[in-house]
Design a protein around this ligand. Structure first.
Ligand code: CMP
Length: 152
């Protein structure tokens, strides 16, 4: 089992798409094990996007990500980090394949609706930025035997 940090960004919250996006993760068989509606501060933005802070687009990215609440989540499942990234599609909604979340709902590079950790190291770094251990509530869904074979 892997855990990944997913942020439904301010554009997703403002456009009332959170329910539809969460449903896609649930439909896939992934488990939501932590959820929080919150406002990202400029300080948290700089921590989260540390690798982008010196890029020309960072000031606009910070204004965007702090401009309205986000829905932060920890999503758990088999190969969850890769699976969720593939569900999101390419960074730009204009380039993302149809059938992916960004491909279906976004036409923007910045306002691409959802963030997800891009690898195990990023997930390990990002999850504690948003959730304390006691806020994460892992559980075994009762329908697991109907979602995958016992040896998967
Ligand atoms: P995300 O997956 O959260 O990771 C970094 C974010 O920066 C990205 O989604 C976009 O929202 C934003 N981003 C990436 N590249 C650009 C760009 N060239 N111009 C503006 N925003 C960008």
């Amino acid at each position: 089992m892997e855990r990944t940090l997913v942020l439904l960004k301010p554009d997703c919250v403002q456009r009332r798409l959170t329910g539809r996006i969460i449903a896609r993760f649930e439909d896939k068989g992934l488990n939501l094990i932590a959820v929080k509606l919150m406002r990202i501060t400029p300080e948290l933005s700089k921590q989260h996007y540390a690798e982008h802070v010196n890029k020309p687009f960072y000031p606009g990215l910070e204004a965007f990500i702090t401009g309205a609440p986000v829905l932060a989540m920890v999503v758990e499942g088999l190969e969850a980090i890769r699976v969720v990234r593939e569900m999101l599609g390419a960074t730009s909604g204009l380039k993302a394949a149809a059938g992916t979340i960004r491909g279906d709902y976004s036409s923007s590079r910045q306002m691409n609706l959802v963030h997800a950790s891009d690898g195990p190291e990023a997930a390990a770094r990002e999850i504690p930025l948003y959730f304390r251990d006691e806020e994460i509530c892992s559980y075994e869904p009762t329908l697991t035997p109907w979602m995958k074979a016992a040896d998967e």
